[in-house]
Design a protein around this ligand. Structure first.
Ligand SMILES: NC(=O)C1=CN([C@@H]2O[C@H](COP(=O)(O)OP(=O)(O)OC[C@H]3O[C@@H](n4cnc5c(N)ncnc54)[C@H](O)[C@@H]3O)[C@@H](O)[C@H]2O)C=CC1
Ligand SMILES: O=C1[C@@H](O)[C@H](O)[C@@H](O)[C@H](O)[C@H]1O
Length: 339
């Protein structure tokens, strides 16, 4: 670590999320600085690095991870590139914050899990940022406190204003519902055992051929039922809502009633347009928690096990979507490192 214990971070992938994390580390987070930025698009990396003192631009992640001033890595490249970068980070024994998904499929996630086990200690926090969102944290504390009794059902609504170019029907599961897979496992402290995906008629807002929306159902090993309305072309904005139905009551988050105006014979509020706005505080808290834990020599938050479990549920989800049947999740036993 350099500059009196300041963590030198290499940010790999400087697209939408990576550039936002670079800004966050540079301007918001304490105890860390952006030592390197990496992008296959060398011009893009250079433009970002030029605006930050002491930051070097790379187009090769391995070269950045070998640099003396790099103490930790934030991976924000597309999912298929994560495995190679995680394995290189392990070779240098560097702490990692890896954006979701850990990797795009269960087999590659398992390889990462096995490599971390070989290392003998946890090195990775996975970027499931909802665990750092103030509302989700309150819901988790309430459920853990037990005052509502055992959770029986969890209803989720996950809506995006529009889907990015090239977004596929499987991406609704892998890219979007993956967050509900993680919050379900985390909130209920249960594993997801089976997935069913039902499809209403496609929205006319959606690009031709995209199965959007989807209605996804999880069964859990604790006997809970969970549903997710996944809807990525609402046209009107971004919404993430959840309602836990428990034996002695219910709890809801994502109601967006922080500011309600009444004027000219109408009342109402505004709807945010995307995740960078809705989860801005959660991303800040997530990255700060990673920096703080890393500086203490600890690894906290969603683990490689959580990334692997989500990948296994995604795989079942994509099969359930394409084959139109209920699919059981196949997972290995949880290794001792993650208990
Ligand atoms: N936690 C969250 O809410 C969100 C997480 N994500 C995740 O963040 C990651 C990045 O997503 P976006 O920023 O939306 O993608 P993006 O497409 O905007 O940016 C990706 C960047 O990575 C670069 N890149 C591609 N392959 C690379 C490689 N091998 N090495 C270095 N750079 C490489 C590209 O040139 C591009 O600049 C993904 O894993 C995605 O799932 C994305 C959106 C929200
Ligand atoms: O991770 C994310 C995106 O990749 C995904 O496409 C969105 O649906 C999610 O809400 C966002 O958090």
């Amino acid at each position: 670590m350099t500059q009196r214990g300041t963590l030198g971070v290499a940010v790999i992938g400087t697209g939408r999320m990576g550039a936002d994390h670079v800004r966050r580390i540079d301007e918001v987070i304490s105890g860390a600085r952006v030592a390197a930025v990496v992008d296959l698009d060398a011009e893009r990396a250079k433009r970002l690095a030029d605006g930050i003192e002491g930051c070097t631009a790379y187009s090769d992640a391995a070269a950045a991870m070998a640099a003396d001033d790099v103490d930790a890595v934030l991976i924000a490249s597309p999912g298929p590139a994560h495995e190679a970068d995680l394995l290189t980070a392990f070779a240098h024994d560097l702490p990692v914050l890896c954006e979701k998904p850990l990797t795009p499929d269960a087999a590659s996630a398992l390889r990462v899990l096995q490599a971390e086990q070989k290392l003998g200690h946890r090195r990775v926090q996975v970027g499931f940022m909802r665990r750092y969102d103030a509302e989700y944290m309150k819901l988790k504390a309430l459920l853990d406190g037990g005052s509502l009794g055992r959770p029986l059902m969890l209803h989720n609504r996950h809506r995006n204003a529009s889907s990015p170019p090239g977004f596929t029907s499987a991406n609704l599961i892998n890219d979007s519902v993956v967050h509900e897979m993680d919050v379900t496992r985390w909130l209920l402290d249960q594993e997801i055992t089976a997935v069913t995906v039902l499809r209403p008629r496609p929205s006319s807002n959606a690009p031709e051929g995209l199965a959007d929306p989807q209605f996804v159902i999880f069964e859990t090993d604790g006997g809970a039922l969970v549903d997710v309305e996944m809807n990525v072309n609402t046209g009107f904005g971004y919404q993430v809502k959840a309602e836990a139905v428990c034996e002695r009551g219910t709890a809801r988050i994502g109601e967006e009633q922080s500011l309600v105006t009444e004027t000219a014979g109408q009342w109402g509020g505004t709807i945010v347009q995307d995740f960078t706005e809705r989860f801005a505080d959660a991303y800040d808290r997530e990255v700060q928690a990673w920096v703080d834990a890393t500086r203490r020599g600890e690894v906290t938050g969603p683990s490689v096990w959580d990334g692997y479990a989500a990948a296994a549920v995604c795989e079942a989800g994509v099969r359930a979507l394409t084959e139109g049947v209920r699919v059981e999740v196949e997972m290995i036993e949880r290794p001792a490192l993650y208990r």
